[in-house]
Design a protein around this ligand. Sequence first.
Ligand SMILES: Cc1ncc(COP(=O)(O)O)c(C=O)c1O
Length: 387
Amino acid sequence: MSGQQHRHKSGFETRAIHAGYEPDAATGAVIPPIYATSTYKQDGVGGLRGGYEYSRSANPTRAALEGNIAALEEGERGFAFASGLAAEDTLIRSVCRPGDHAVIPDDAYGGTYRLFDKVEKVWGLDHSPAPVSDVAAVRAAIRPGETKLVWVETPTNPMLNIGDIEALAAVAHDAGALLVVDNTFASPYLQQPLTLGADVVLHSTTKYCGGHSDVVGGALVVRDLELAEKVGFHQNAIGGVAGPFDAWLTLRGLRTLALRMDRHCDNAEKVVDFLVGHPKVAQVIYPGLAEHPGHEVATRQMKRYGGIVSFRVSGGEQHALDVCAATEVFTLGESLGGVESLIEHPGRMTHASVAGTDLEVPADLIRLSVGIETADDLLGDLERALG
Ligand SMILES: Cc1ncc(COP(=O)(O)O)c(C=O)c1O
């Protein structure tokens, strides 16, 4: 079965392992080599082999990753970048021009907010924040004729708000804008936004796609060929591409995404069960809980509810800081989506830059990236740390 057939006919796990690469014609190598080359021998001037000319434009290891992630997201084409933010900047400049406008989540990932607020704004792109869980508010934030992008994360970070992708796509399209979904938290295994009407999917592949906390990367997958042409042009023209070593690591991570995500979800559900009703926990935030305001939408559009759990402790900010300092299996650190469990205090760590703004998060909030360790060890660690 060819890589192309895998893109359209096989199950998710099969695509994760086979799409984007055929065993090497010369050697039969089952895994794509790391093509550490910047340039390619031409068979006469302009006689390119397989279209390869220079590795900013295309590299076979990166091409394997790009084909693979496109197949997982059921998109037309994938593009791999040096980081999630490089992917974001390339997308924005592929679609927007000075004088345009974008709607962004009012609890966007801090780096995304900074990119819009400190970089794209200077370049002439304005933005308005709106809550992703409120379709009417997103519609109201659109400026007819000016809004080119409606940008959504779902679930969001760290409050795990849920946006209804189908409804938001309709709102964006009514206004002639594109819907971009940052699918980093869900991963392509739990949610495929393009099948729900989104135009572009974005990943910080640093997180679940890579999955082992050993590589920084980003990806875009687009639904239609016209947009693919624009993004492809800008990927090469701007040049923030994934190198072959990074592409290879990310591809290795994607092969086991389904297995890892199921274990992340299993463990997260156990952690949620443990935290709910714990005397030192004031609130547990997880889309899998029936009382979560986005539960119904999440159930409709996600396969499961993910590996991130946020919770508020009963003893205020100091208690939250103490818990973060006391865990041993959960490592205190930023980032998420790796095999190892991480704990962090968003107010002082990932979200410190939004203190005092509308994006500020509660001081007693803790975010867990629940890893794939033995569940009882995770629960025991939290029990000890909560005191
Ligand atoms: C939801 C989300 N989107 C985008 C990014 C940016 O990706 P990167 O750090 O790979 O540039 C991150 C990083 O934490 C993220 O969490």
